[in-house]
Ligand binder design. Structure first.
Ligand SMILES: [Fe+2]
Length: 138
């Protein structure tokens, strides 16, 4: 069972970035399944590790493309990315002392943040990049 299924409406139109978004959604589903199976501790650590890497590489990827193609909303978008980076750092710090309920908190946060971010923020660059570089820019 999954908590989020990929829907057409999530697609930005840029295949490389959509693939990365799918990976994040897969991770959210893994976290959900681990909580369900009472494996919170491992899931929390795995998810935080993945998120640290993801916020570094995927956000950089998006920001590089927006910069390269002169997307006007770049600075605003970077601020939104920064918000999640701070949240992940905070959760990581808290996870080092007390993990109680943290996996559930992370799941709730990711479900809301990721879907809102993809639908409201990432989709803004979709048509812009698509009209300039096409779907297959990487
Ligand atoms: Fe983004």
């Amino acid at each position: 069972m999954t908590v989020i299924s990929w829907k057409k409406v999530y697609a930005t139109g840029i295949i490389a970035l959509d693939d990365e978004h799918r990976q994040l959604i897969d991770q959210i589903n893994r976290l959900y399944e681990a909580i369900r199976d009472k494996q919170e501790e491992t899931a929390l650590n795995d998810s935080l590790k993945m998120l640290e890497y993801y916020t570094l590489t995927h956000f950089q990827h998006e920001e590089n493309l927006m910069m390269e193609y002169g997307f006007p909303g770049l600075e605003e978008h970077k601020k939104k990315h920064q918000e999640l980076i701070v949240i992940v750092q905070d959760l990581k710090m808290r996870a080092s002392s007390d993990t109680d309920g943290l996996a559930q908190e992370l799941l709730r946060l990711l479900r809301t943040w990721v879907l809102e971010h993809i639908l409201d923020v990432d989709k803004q660059y979709g048509p812009f990049l698509e009209s300039r570089g096409g779907r297959f820019i990487s």
